[in-house]
Ligand binder design. Structure first.
Ligand SMILES: Cc1ncc(C[n+]2csc(CCOP(=O)(O)OP(=O)(O)O)c2C)c(N)n1
Ligand SMILES: [Mg+2]
Length: 270
């Protein structure tokens, strides 16, 4: 789908502006990844979200729901108008992903750390059934402070789950500061390679590079893959990029004017 990245950014901004607040930082940093996954890589059927042969996505950093909802709506899983109900009472689009509410959401997430374990379980089940579906999961860099992420990766490596691709959104920030100041992680590629995982780093805003990394991951036998994405939190919203307070923002009137200007500019580029 042409310009899917720009279209996703437009929808994220529109839905967050409508609500007046939300997780803008971590939603904007995964836009190019979602555009590549849903635009070029994943086998899915928007008219049959539970299709047994589909590839799975577990958005372990479930607070980036607005980014995934925008992508699913643009793919045709549900009407775009539904995006305007984000996080409203009785909505089918809660701020964190819920598989029982939203067509196309494969796993309920939001309690950080758990989605990666769930993705490993799905990948293992698929292998046990002798099937070929692929499983993708997106984990935050701050989220990696949850110990169960490492338990899950160790298990995945041991069981040679080469149908699993884990993306780490390394945007260097978590809720309340730089990840390196809160709990330093060192070089994630070196770290995960010692787990016997196929690990690479790539520019998380370069769609060509992302596609190439995924293609390589999918043909690496016997090893699960980790793709560490070098990203910018709140990418595309200049006044929030790399701002320590960009995790969850309640927008001022002035910021809403700026956000609407970004939408106009993106729309003019379509
Ligand atoms: C177990 C758990 N603890 C705390 C939170 C609250 N929380 C939501 S997002 C977040 C920060 C996550 O940082 P990171 O994983 O780097 O996400 P990103 O930068 O991509 O937004 C925290 C602490 C949570 N959702 N789950
Ligand atoms: Mg982060």
């Amino acid at each position: 789908m042409e310009n899917l990245d720009k279209k996703i950014r437009i929808e994220i901004i529109k839905m967050l502006v409508k609500r007046g607040f939300g997780h803008i930082g971590g939603s904007m940093s995964v836009v190019e990844l979602l555009a590549v996954l849903y635009g070029e890589v994943m086998n899915v059927d928007p008219k049959n979200p539970n299709w047994e042969e589909r590839d799975y996505l577990v958005l372990s950093k479930g607070h980036a729901g607005p980014a995934l909802y925008s992508t699913l709506a643009l793919k045709g899983f549900f009407d775009k108008e539904m995006l305007m109900t984000l996080n409203e009472p009785h909505t089918n689009l809660p701020s964190h992903c819920d598989r029982q509410k939203t067509p196309g959401i494969d796993m309920t997430t939001g309690s950080l750390g758990q989605g990666l374990s769930a993705a490993v379980g799905i990948a293992q089940a698929i292998k046990l059934q002798g099937k070929n579906n692929r499983v993708f999961t997106i984990v935050g860099d701050g989220e990696l402070q949850e110990g169960q992420c490492f338990e899950a990766l160790q298990y995945a490596a041991h069981h040679e789950l080469d149908n699993l691709v884990v993306f780490v959104d390394e945007n260097k920030l978590q809720l309340d500061g730089y990840t390196k100041d809160i709990c330093k992680q060192g070089d994630l590629v070196t770290k995960f390679n010692t787990f016997d995982l196929h690990t690479v780093r790539c520019d998380g805003h370069d769609m060509k590079a992302i596609k190439e990394s995924i293609n390589n991951a999918l043909v690496t036998p016997h090893k699960p893959s980790v793709i560490v994405l070098d990203t910018i939190k709140a990418k595309g919203v200049a006044f929030l990029e790399n701002d320590l307070g960009n995790h969850h923002v309640r927008f001022t009137d002035e910021q809403i004017i700026l956000l609407n200007e970004i939408v106009k500019e993106l729309e003019s580029e379509l």
